[in-house]
Design a protein around this ligand. Structure first.
Ligand SMILES: [Mg+2]
Length: 168
């Protein structure tokens, strides 16, 4: 069975901090979106790079891809099509932005639950050392947590690291 690749959107695919700089970063397109709950005011600006879609499809030979994002089902409506990705399974968070003790990120225990003992890699801009400690203590098989810079989004080095980890 392939390991899981659990994909956060805001940060890794949408480098939202770059929106505060003038211009669109190289390789990215700006999309204006209206996911449910974003009905008031201006549309939500989202930066996406089609190159990320191709790179994720290449990783799908080594991984089973799934969304690990607060976009949940709407990732398949708004994010997958411009990236050229098929609809993907997604983690349905039991509580959104819930709290977790000891500075552990609120997503972490749900990510580990979703993996259900299966090897997994997880890319997210909010991962810290505390999450690595927690996963090491609670997940019985291989894992990789890779923090992605929300100024830059996923870069070539990230895709190389993911390919290498799955190939071990
Ligand atoms: Mg994020």
């Amino acid at each position: 069975m392939k390991p899981l690749l659990l994909i956060d959107i805001d940060g890794p695919l949408n480098p939202y901090l770059a929106l505060s700089r003038p211009g669109t970063p190289d390789g990215y397109h700006m999309h204006l979106m209206r996911p449910s709950g974003w009905t008031e005011g201006p549309a939500l600006p989202v930066l996406l790079s089609p190159g990320h879609g191709g790179a994720l499809l290449a990783l799908a030979e080594r991984y089973e891809l799934a969304w690990a994002s607060t976009w949940m089902a709407e990732a398949n409506e708004w994010i997958a099509p411009p990236l050229g990705l098929p609809p993907l399974p997604y983690i349905e968070w039991p509580t959104l932005l819930g709290s977790a003790p000891d500075g552990v990120y609120w997503k972490t225990r749900h990510v580990v639950d979703y993996a259900a003992g299966r090897p997994f890699a997880w890319i997210d801009d909010e991962i810290t050392e505390r999450d690595r400690t927690w996963v090491a203590a609670h997940h019985p098989s291989r894992w990789m947590l890779r923090r992605i810079d929300p100024w830059t989004g996923l870069e070539e080095a990230d895709f190389d690291a993911l390919a290498a980890w799955a190939g071990d």
